[in-house]
Design a protein around this ligand. Structure first.
Ligand SMILES: [Zn+2]
Length: 549
């Protein structure tokens, strides 16, 4: 075993440097002590000098880390790396070796975690607490060798207090999860499920600092801590995390939906990429005397029935009014549309719009183009921006594994296990357009949307539904007859043959008319689907990594 302690210019492995290193190797031959000051190549802050007694003059002629790297590597080679709050020392060495192009690895044992595991009835496990509690003899506290020898002593006296099997078990468990931040419970890996879900990292207070989704929760969460501190964000997260919570989900879609919902609701500080504003805007194409006027609407207002089938045409969504306006002007300018006719510019009737004066507008404002021709061109120009209508009259459900995800007019209401629970999710809920849900369901050619089926229950329970199902077309009963393929031949994406799901599936009446079938509702064509999928890759639902600085 190699007991290691470092003194450094500060607490950040990426930017601070090592000023002293001590390694106490304990093996069959006894104890081998080695230490050296290190020239950090930067000033030592006064606070560090006050704490350690090491100042700039002392390290001026000391070797650099590059000079010592070979010596350090050979001394640590083949030993368990033991340190007090080992992530700190290990992280610094990892970074110093990394600057030299070398990859430093070791099996790590943290004595903070070891103390906490063996003596859980004590609150404090800092080095001072250990020194006091176990009466360790320390020659030089806050110097690298003094501290390294203190933890070596701590290790040596453990067999006096702890049964060998207990010590062995603690050792095995801690070296197995050596990279876990010391602030987290050692049994976290064992408790984490291996299925899909959403995880929340909490710092000192009650709001999460980071929320992520995973196909395998255990793997993903531990992956955050197994990194080599090469990402500053990951390192900060490891330092700040105090508690991890998770919610299991039925599958990948459920995890994605839940992640987006929680991030919006809780706005964790480290989720910058996903921390969208809740607002969404779209242009509504209105038909008027001038032929094709655009009206900016706030989609985040509570449910708009006109987002459904047969409603007006919308273009969007855009995150801000400014984005919407910029997109519209760019397209209008490109194709010579009239800003006055579009309603983007106020001009007295018969007067040329600004765009016409600079010869972009083809002149609908001054009679050079008919209103009808202009209108036709508006829809053509904006076609790729067309917002897909919500393909159902009311809420829909997407089955995934054992879960049912309830979506209503591009709003995720929650996941449930039974039809009754799905219906309960609808009660009293104001429905708002959610850009993340819209993108997610339309991504990859609308693969998820294709699995959605209308959730139609008795009218009373579905007060939110804006439109009643057409008479005679709805399967209103509950039972196996309710699931039918209907003459239209629409594939509802349900495997009726699976026994374990049969009861649940049968309980969801399906109204599969051509008018509401997802396949028939794809109005934007593949170009929109592709562009949505493209954005999807690079934005909200890219695999959950820490956002770049
Ligand atoms: Zn004009």
């Amino acid at each position: 075993m190699a007991f290691v302690d470092l003194e450094t210019t500060g607490g950040t492995a990426r930017t601070d440097r090592i000023i002293e290193v001590a390694i106490v190797v304990v093996d069959d031959d006894g104890e081998h002590v080695w230490q050296s000051l290190v020239n950090p190549g930067q000033r030592i802050p006064q606070a560090i000098t006050a704490l350690t007694g090491i100042d700039d003059a002392m390290v001026a002629d000391a070797p650099t880390f590059a000079d010592l790297a070979g010596e350090i590597a050979s001394r640590l080679q083949g030993h368990i790396f033991v340190a007090h709050n080992a992530r700190f020392d290990f992280g610094f060495l990892k970074n110093e070796f990394g600057r030299l192009g070398a990859d430093f690895r070791a099996t790590v044992l943290c004595t903070v975690r070891l103390s906490r595991r063996l003596f859980p009835h004590y609150a404090r496990h800092g080095l001072d607490a250990l020194i006091e509690r176990h009466r360790l003899q320390v020659s030089d506290r806050h110097r690298a060798l003094g501290d390294a020898q203190a933890i070596a002593q701590f290790w040596r006296l453990l067999p006096r207090h702890v049964d060998p099997p207990v010590l062995r078990e603690a050792f095995d468990a801690l070296t197995a999860v050596s990279s876990l931040p010391a602030s987290l419970d050692a049994d976290l890996p064992a408790r984490l499920p291996t299925g899909p879900g959403v995880y929340l990292f909490f710092g000192e207070n009650d709001l999460p600092i980071y929320i992520g989704k995973a196909v395998n929760l255990r793997q993903r969460v531990l992956n955050h801590f197994s990194s080599d501190h090469s990402s500053q964000k990951e390192m900060r997260l490891s330092q700040e995390v105090r508690r991890v919570e998770w919610r299991e989900c039925a599958g990948e879609l459920g995890a994605l939906l839940e992640e987006a919902r929680l991030v919006k609701a809780m706005a964790p500080v480290h989720n910058r990429l996903l921390r969208r504003q809740e607002k969404s805007f779209a242009w509504r194409l209105d038909d008027d005397l001038f032929g094709g006027r655009l009206t900016l609407v706030d989609l985040s207002e509570p449910m708009r029935a006109e987002l459904g089938p047969g409603g007006p045409i919308y273009y969007g969504p855009y995150q801000t009014r400014r984005d919407a306006q910029a997109a519209a002007r760019t397209l209008a300018d490109r194709d010579g549309l009239c800003l006055a006719h579009l309603g983007l510019e106020k001009v007295s009737p018969g007067r040329p719009c600004f765009s016409h004066q600079v010869r972009r507008c083809r002149g609908a404002c001054v009679g050079l183009e008919s209103a009808a021709a202009h209108h036709a061109r508006v829809d053509e120009t904006f076609a790729t921006h067309r917002l897909k209508p919500w393909p159902f009259a009311g809420a829909a459900v997407i089955e995934e594994g054992a879960g049912l995800h309830v979506i209503h007019h591009w709003d995720f209401l929650g996941s449930a296990g039974t039809l009754d629970e799905c219906l309960a999710l609808l009660e009293g809920r104001a429905v708002r357009f959610d850009r993340d849900v819209y993108r997610l369901l339309n991504a990859a050619g609308g693969a998820w949307l294709a699995k959605a089926r209308p959730l139609v229950g008795d009218g009373a329970a579905l007060a939110v539904n804006s439109a009643a199902p057409p008479a005679g077309r709805a399967a209103s009963g509950v039972g196996s007859d309710a699931v039918s393929d209907v003459a239209s031949g629409v594939d509802c994406g349900v495997d009726h043959g699976v026994d374990t799901n049969a009861g649940k599936i049968a309980a969801i009446p399906v109204r599969a008319t051509a008018a509401v079938a997802p396949a028939a509702a794809v109005t934007g064509g593949t170009r929109l689907a592709d562009s949505v999928a493209g954005r999807h890759e690079t934005s909200a639902f890219a695999d959950t990594e820490m956002p770049a600085a």
